[in-house]
Ligand binder design. Structure first.
Ligand SMILES: [Zn+2]
Length: 411
């Protein structure tokens, strides 16, 4: 049985040559350890020499206030009121919530009096009250550690399942899907696709906080290498390929050229045919019958169909987040399942369905909901600018070197 288990382990390690690393980037290697540095320093906690105190701890119960917690520690009602008053401008103790952790640190001398009260406001922040005069409170944050790791593997199932198998956080799948939202359809990955990703994650007291963040990645999809490098050229972090092209793509502003907007997205619009108030979930572009309608982005036709209201229409899925829909066509030029590119003609303006005149009603879907695309803010898709190119090339070299130096470890 043991032999079999070992064989299985070897099989898993060799065959899948997976891996998840625990190494750190060169600059943080001094603190290199599997655990964040803060866990290695139990002597100090909440800015106190923790070892010097006797500590009581608990969780704020429902309906409990500061006095419920501090009375048993030996403080009188008057002292607690003075404490609350003295610290009010910094932190209002009425903001304490049930379910949050607290600690009371007692002096270890003969007095055994309560010296500090610590209330954990959230995962990161805490308030430390001095329980001896002068009463005061200090608001601070726990030290955060950022670990940089590398995971490498082959798609056997789905990215989510495969990351889990490799011992990497499954939320990394979401982070990677965001990076490649415009280039890879993660619901249609192929067995044999490969990935090698360097990511960072924040830890507080050894607990991971928030999502992992991709620093650099190489995804091999259907035999094609798709490198992604994180870089900030002044608009915040974005991801670029080796040539400095953004991995995001901008949508075209409108699905018809030389048109005019005849009706905007409006949740309280008076419908001209139905003669009643009915939400208008699209933007109408009026144009002569037969004007070509183009896809505002690359994607796959999810519907090419007809309904009484929409008339002849086409719907296109661009990625996991965005879909667009084009209504009232006189003629459709694509069919479901077809791959389309930005600017490709997908149909022609008409007035089929509920329409008073020739126009295209353009519907913009975000996460399954119809939104006003004219009010949407899209992430930047600017390529690396000329004056940033040298810095970007240097970053690529550094990232490639960093990836190469990180260990890829099996689970
Ligand atoms: Zn419309």
């Amino acid at each position: 049985m043991i032999t079999r288990f070992l064989n299985l382990q070897v099989f898993v390690c060799v065959c899948i040559f997976l891996a998840m690393g625990c190494g750190l980037a060169p600059e943080s290697r001094e603190a290199a350890n599997n655990e964040p540095a803060v866990a290695d320093k139990p002597l100090e906690r909440f800015g106190l020499l923790w070892e010097a105190f006797d500590v009581d701890s608990g969780v704020v119960a429902s309906g409990q206030s500061l006095s419920h917690i501090l009375s048993p520690a030996g403080m009188t009602a008057g002292e607690i009121t003075l404490l609350a008053q003295a610290t009010h401008s910094e932190y209002d103790v009425r903001n304490m919530r049930s379910g949050k952790s607290w600690w009371i640190a007692y002096d270890r001398d003969s007095s055994s009096s309560a010296a500090h009260f610590i209330y954990q406001r959230n995962a990161r922040e805490y308030a430390r009250f001095s329980l001896q005069k002068p009463y005061q409170v200090t608001l601070e944050s726990l030290p955060a550690d950022t670990l940089i790791r590398r995971t490498k593997g082959t798609i056997e199932n789905s990215l989510y399942v495969d990351l889990d198998r490799l011992g990497a956080p499954t939320t990394l799948a979401l982070a990677m899907a965001n990076v490649y939202a415009w280039t890879v359809d993660f619901s249609r990955l192929q067995k044999g696709d490969e990935f090698d990703v360097m990511y960072e994650r924040t830890y507080i007291n050894g607990e991971p906080m928030g999502m992992p963040r991709v620093i650099a990645c190489n995804f091999q999809h259907r035999g094609k290498e798709l490198p992604a490098f994180r870089f900030d050229q002044g608009e915040g972090f974005d991801y670029f390929d080796e040539a400095g092209q953004s991995l995001r793509k901008a949508f075209l502003k409108a699905p018809v050229e030389f048109s005019r907007i005849s009706s905007r997205y409006n949740l309280k619009r008076f419908h001209p045919i139905l003669q009643k108030t009915k939400a208008h979930y699209g933007t109408d572009y009026a144009a002569p019958k037969g004007t070509p309608i183009i896809s505002v982005g690359d994607g796959v036709v999810s519907k090419s169909s007809y309904t009484k209201g929409n008339g002849k229409y086409v719907k296109i899925r661009h990625n996991n987040t965005y879909e667009t829909q084009y209504l009232h066509m006189s003629r459709r030029a694509v069919s479901a399942g077809e791959r389309v590119t930005q600017g490709q003609v997908i149909g022609y303006v008409g007035s089929t369905g509920l329409a008073t005149g020739p126009h295209v009603c353009f519907r913009f879907w975000k996460n399954g909901k119809q939104v006003d695309h004219l009010r949407e803010e899209f992430p930047p898709s600017t390529p690396i600018m000329y004056n940033q190119m040298e810095a970007f090339q240097t970053t690529i070299q550094e990232l490639n070197a960093a990836i190469g130096s990180l260990k890829v470890e099996a689970k």
